[in-house]
Design a protein around this ligand. Structure first.
Ligand code: PLP
Length: 313
């Protein structure tokens, strides 16, 4: 990024050639199947406009990341909720009664935020046949090594109705930089490019993204660290009376709590300067859930101590 400061004297390449090639190489695709954006959030906007132009109702797996609602509402897309069971972590069932016949598009998230649920390719493949447009947000997929990722990227060539969204926010801890990308049929991505501002990705974000996807040492280090750190945080949470964590595949865990989450949040913040994410913004979850990040062993221990004391009060 220091190197790239020199580029700030110029507009970025509006075609983002170097960035698109780096991302395409990373996924073994050709560059015209890649569209970088100002975070996955920007690309959700164009996905929503696409759905609106096709006049489809959108089946939305819920609970859902809040920004989906923002994007879909911006273009008056009718949302048909598809509730995910939080107890059994069941598979999406295409025969289920709540599957709305009028919904010809679907927006799904894998791994799923906030549950951490990872859908298999066998569970997702029928969606590609059932829906005219399938948007899969894989913002957290990088947390698994490539040979373990049930990503639909490998299906793009066969399914022009599929769009995969990726983000550098989560895996590379770069939320302030705003960089994500869409992978999809060049005709669709070309349409999105024509709709939007000419330079949605700044030169520093483009340079950082090229460096990040090439940083295989960092990627390996995260893949080696995460599973055991998550497992030990999961066991620690499970051992606290009143807490029931859900086993997830991402870098966070959703936890069911008998003590209302906003109360617990305030206690932890006041007494331990630890902030847990309450899930009040997810209508289906309310006050009985919170979400925590998997962090270093010392930080996870600090969180567990704080929770133990916060619950015992
Ligand atoms: C599921 C999911 N998708 C996308 C995003 C947004 O990603 P970005 O920062 O790339 O816009 C988030 C952020 O919380 C998220 O949880």
């Amino acid at each position: 990024m220091t190197e790239a400061l020199k580029q700030l004297r110029h507009y970025p390449d509006p075609g983002y050639g170097e960035l698109r090639h780096a991302l395409a190489r990373h996924h073994q695709l050709s560059a015209d199947w890649v569209l970088p954006g100002n975070g996955a959030a920007e690309l959700l906007t164009w996905a929503a406009r696409d759905l609106a132009e096709a006049g489809t109702d959108c089946q939305l797996l819920t609970p859902a990341f809040g920004d989906y609602g923002r994007a879909l509402a911006a273009f008056d897309v009718t949302v048909r909720p598809w509730p995910l069971s939080l107890t059994g972590m069941d598979s999406p069932d295409l025969a289920a009664s709540w599957l709305e016949p009028k919904a010809t598009s679907i927006l799904i998230n894998n791994p799923h935020n906030p549950t951490g649920r990872l859908f298999t390719l066998a569970e997702l493949e029928p969606l590609l046949e059932r829906f005219a447009t399938v948007i899969v947000d894989e913002a957290f997929m990088d947390f698994m090594p490539p040979d373990r990722q049930p990503s639909l990227i490998g299906h793009l060539g066969r399914y022009p109705n599929l769009v995969v969204l990726r983000s550098l926010t989560k895996f590379y801890t770069l939320p302030g930089l705003r960089i994500g990308y869409a992978l999809g049929h060049p005709d669709r991505l070309g349409r999105w490019q024509r709709w939007r501002d000419p330079w949605p990705v700044n030169a520093l974000a483009a340079a950082a993204a090229i460096a990040a996807v090439g940083d295989t040492a960092f990627q390996r280090c995260t893949w080696e660290w995460l599973p055991s750190a998550r497992e030990s945080l999961f066991s620690g949470l499970q051992a606290i009376a009143g807490l029931s964590p859900l086993l997830g595949a991402a870098n966070y865990l959703l936890v069911k709590t008998t003590t209302p989450a906003p109360l617990l949040q305030e206690r932890l913040l006041r007494r331990h300067q630890v902030l847990i994410r309450d899930c009040v913004s997810f209508a289906e979850l309310g006050v009985n859930y919170f979400r925590v990040a998997v962090r270093t062993e010392a930080e996870n221990d600090r969180l567990l101590t704080a929770l133990r004391q916060g619950i015992a009060v």
